[in-house]
Write a protein of this length. Sequence first.
Length: 275
Amino acid sequence: MSAPRLALALGGRLEPRPRAALHSRAALARVAPPLLFGVLVVGVWWGYVAISGVSESVLPSPGQVARALVRDRSVLLSSGWTTLSEILIGYAIAAFVGVAIAAAVSSARVLERAVYPWLVATQMVPIPAIAPVVILWTGFDIRPRVIVIALVSFFPVVVNTIDGLRATDGELVGLLRTLGARRWELFRVARLPSALPYVFSGLRVAAAFAVIGAVVAEWAGASSGLGYLVLSYSSQTATSDVFAAVVVLAAIGVALFALVGVAERIAIPWWTLEE
């Protein structure tokens, strides 16, 4: 017996759950596990510091890190804004260039075979070794940091976009060709929509890489930013302040990752609903 008939037989009525309640429950299911795990990690960290009596210069407690966040809030906000500006500019360049290169490379199999190995080769060179050279070429302003961030971030965008363009339904492409669709129309109607989930997957990975690239670039040569602040505090053995700067860096990375997820839900709602 089906659920509606069973409910009627029992003299009851099936009431659909309110959509708001379903959304709130789904949001709670997504947020609660990582939040509880974070509380567990902080608790274990705090307990270890209290029991072991380890020095603050070696491993500060969460409370000492929180005090450093409050004490250095003006410096952290100023440095965080500098680093965030570099990340956003470099990340935007990486996203645009990555998608453009992927679209160009995947347009012809010969071009893909010629260029793809060189794209892989660009990631085999350690970025810390390139950063000082980029600074020598461009100076000590924001440009070398933006370039390093873009170099670190564009590769996952390129690779994932190429994979997405390869995954286009061949029958759909064949149908559009029989209808007289041109190459640009094939790209706009068939290939790009099918590649969007892959593109956003690459953008999420690039969001994490962008933060790493910013720190490396600022270590190579900068007089401001969170990476510079970490280096400066480390030389002073101010470990609590180092952790505070790392917390702000992590917050920037998580926020950027979350914004990419929001953009994905807006751009391809059908895909996120299937998940």
